[in-house]
Design a protein around this ligand. Structure first.
Ligand SMILES: Nc1ncnc2c1ncn2[C@@H]1O[C@H](COP(=O)(O)OP(=O)(O)OP(=O)(O)O)[C@@H](O)[C@H]1O
Ligand SMILES: [Mg+2]
Length: 170
């Protein structure tokens, strides 16, 4: 793992699935009620692998797998974890019709795969103003670049804490 900071984005590097899991676990250990983690990146980037690490860091004992067909799975660790996968969403309005926004900003943690598919044309989203976004890029091999950005005071604090933990965990 290495860290390359710039003004608003920080890129963490992972060389293996287990390193990505470890980064997720570090993040999971930092999460607080209401936190939202948005995951972006192509098929097979490692969004679910990172979420599995987040779950481990939250103390989830159940196996976390992709909720592609259900859109949402719920787990219990030291906090409840809602794991969304918006891959199959064609129109973000569907998510509002399903009442999914009610899951966000409460006492739970929300992790959203394919978060970019949850943004309506007018910019409306399910999630509140504070979030941490991790965009995962792959080189076709085992290397991954995890570019982290944030919105809101809590998102920024979480980003700083995550990067510090990743630097310590190197
Ligand atoms: N550095 C790495 N980080 C994460 N996964 C890796 C890495 N190197 C190899 N892999 C492999 O890449 C795959 C990532 O799959 P994963 O299901 O996590 O991707 P995803 O982004 O959730 O895909 P999808 O869009 O289908 O949900 C796994 O098979 C994992 O073992
Ligand atoms: Mg996935």
């Amino acid at each position: 793992m290495s860290v390359v900071p710039d003004a608003s984005h920080v890129t963490l590097h992972s060389a293996s699935a287990s390193q990505t899991h470890r980064l997720g676990a570090l993040l999971g250990g930092l999460l607080r009620p209401g936190d939202v983690v948005l995951l972006e990146g192509p098929l097979g980037a490692g969004k679910t692998a990172l979420t599995q690490g987040i779950g481990a860091g939250l103390g989830v004992r159940e196996t976390i797998n992709s909720p592609t067909f259900t859109l949402l799975k719920e787990y219990m660790g030291r906090l409840p974890l809602y794991h969304f996968d918006l891959y199959r969403i064609e129109d973000p309005e569907e998510l509002f019709a399903l009442g999914f926004e009610d899951y966000f900003g409460g006492e739970s943690v929300c992790v959203v795969e394919w978060a970019d598919r949850g943004v309506a044309a007018d910019g409306a989203t399910l999630w509140p103003a504070s979030w941490l976004r991790i965009a995962i890029a792959t080189d076709g091999g085992a290397k991954r670049a995890l570019t982290c950005s944030a919105s809101g005071a809590r998102g920024a604090a979480l980003l700083r804490a995550f990067v510090a933990a990743a630097e310590r965990g190197r």
